[in-house]
Design a protein. Sequence first.
Lengths: 128, 128
Amino acid sequence: MSNTQALPLLESDAPEAVAPCCPPLTERPFTAEEAETAARMFKALGDPVRLRLFSAVASHEGGEACVCDISDVGVSQPTVSHHLKKLKEAGLLTSERRGTWVYYRVEPSVLTAMGKLLTSGMSVAGSP
Amino acid sequence: MSNTQALPLLESDAPEAVAPCCPPLTERPFTAEEAETAARMFKALGDPVRLRLFSAVASHEGGEACVCDISDVGVSQPTVSHHLKKLKEAGLLTSERRGTWVYYRVEPSVLTAMGKLLTSGMSVAGSP
DNA sequence: CACCTGCTTCGACACCCGTCAACATAGACA
DNA sequence: TGTCTATGTTGACGGGTGTCGAAGCAGGTG
């Protein structure tokens, strides 16, 4: 069944502290473990269909969207469901059923974590 | 450790020379074309070995590293070469042969573009 | 209650991808 | 020149992945 234990990279006990997933890419060579964790996220976004779905949810009003509203990405609906499941398993989305429709919502902390992973000290090189 | 402000990553070029990849993920639903472009990058980083190689190059002193210095990632050397080629094809790395050794170097603009792609205005959802 | 709609799961297919051993190439050095 | 080291390329294998049609659930509506 659908359990989907997600969030491989977030410690849910500290909602305020953003995912201590990994250091910035440019700071230190990743260890095997860090690479495995981070690659899982990148891999989830490494498909055009998933990227469109994720972007559609992330940019949707209120930060959430029902499947019926984002499933126009050029593939069949089972495939859409499959990709949404993948995104959920990667910890990037969460789903909730409300009545007839299922709503997906982005996990903001993960987005922040990935952003920090890439925005290394480059743009903020102000630390002597 | 040290130092390093060595990251000549961004300071040397105009901010406008950055790859015109895509808008932030949370700004607008990606078009098929944008998704294809961005997914290519994410996919390139969606492998643990490639992520370690990329991180090793990006964090190496001077922003570049020779293969002999980063090929300790647990796979055979042909595989390392294969992954480096993939990263090069994705536009994330550039290579240059100097004498006996081949040096790889990160493409700073791409890193910046990916960072901006994720560092959306996360003040987005959840405002009601 | 029956039916209908929205979404997920199942089974199957083709294709892509990561991996390695073996071979090929480029430059250095004697 | 020949040989040795450092990388890249080729070919092949096994497993993973995206895709679809059909079937299965869940919930609303008549």
